[in-house]
Ligand binder design. Sequence first.
Ligand SMILES: N[C@@H](CCC(=O)N[C@@H](CS)C(=O)NCC(=O)O)C(=O)O
Length: 282
Amino acid sequence: MATTTTTLDTDSRVHLFDILSTLAPPQNSWSAHALKIRCVLNYKRIPYTQSFISYPDIAPLLKDRLGLPPNASGGIPHTLPAIIHRPSVTSNPHGAVSDSLPIALHLDSAFPDPPLFPSGHASYALYLAVERILAGFESGYRPFIVPRVAEKLDPRGQAYFVETRSKALGRPLADVRPKPHETERINQLWAGIEKEALTLISMLKGREGEKDGVFFEGDRPGFADILVACHLAFIERFDKELFGRIVALKDGELKELYKAAVPWLEGQGEDRQLGVEEGIPS
Ligand SMILES: N[C@@H](CCC(=O)N[C@@H](CS)C(=O)NCC(=O)O)C(=O)O
């Protein structure tokens, strides 16, 4: 894809900062958080440019170059995804916003059609419930996936990721994924994954025979569906066997939702190298 040379000052498009990896397009976006914003941009057909940032450059870019405060949601203070959109963002001199939920809510108000919450407050409540279920789902799948992320990062990103994650987890990252002979642990993690997945599936099925459409709200997609698709894509990028097992549950409700979301997960903005090295015009 061609890389443009327009400056941010003249470019009214949204710019998405995603995380660099060695994965090949169109499956090069892998972080469930960054995928949420990619999906929102693609679903709403918002024109955007994109750049991919190596892990050790994320905090310097956000803090020093863009002057963004730490995420209000807690956890790691400076994270991707982040966007720049000067025409609509007034809270930051560069038009920058970080943290996936604030970004999604901002984009939903700046570009309201189609809405991320098709039934308004009820869809927002649905999103909160799905997010809660996904937290349990994620704690089951993380040990299988996170050690494999390191294998697909650029060399600087890999060194940073292995060091920070091993420190946070209190043991070498490579030891986190269960070994094939650890069947009890594998079964226990799978049981957690399956329990939460079955709840999502029963929500997708709806009351017996009454629901059409592959999304929680029938044929109207919303942010809750995007969230589920992004977690599934994160798993798919790094462990196709686990992904296959999850989407085969029941009548393949999760597979149908995922298939419908693929154009949003894989859609690409125009590549535009923008990062710590290049600097951000003030
Ligand atoms: N609350 C944030 C969390 C995002 C997040 O954890 N991003 C990770 C990548 S998946 C990150 O940028 N980490 C930076 C680091 O580890 O230095 C959101 O929803 O966007």
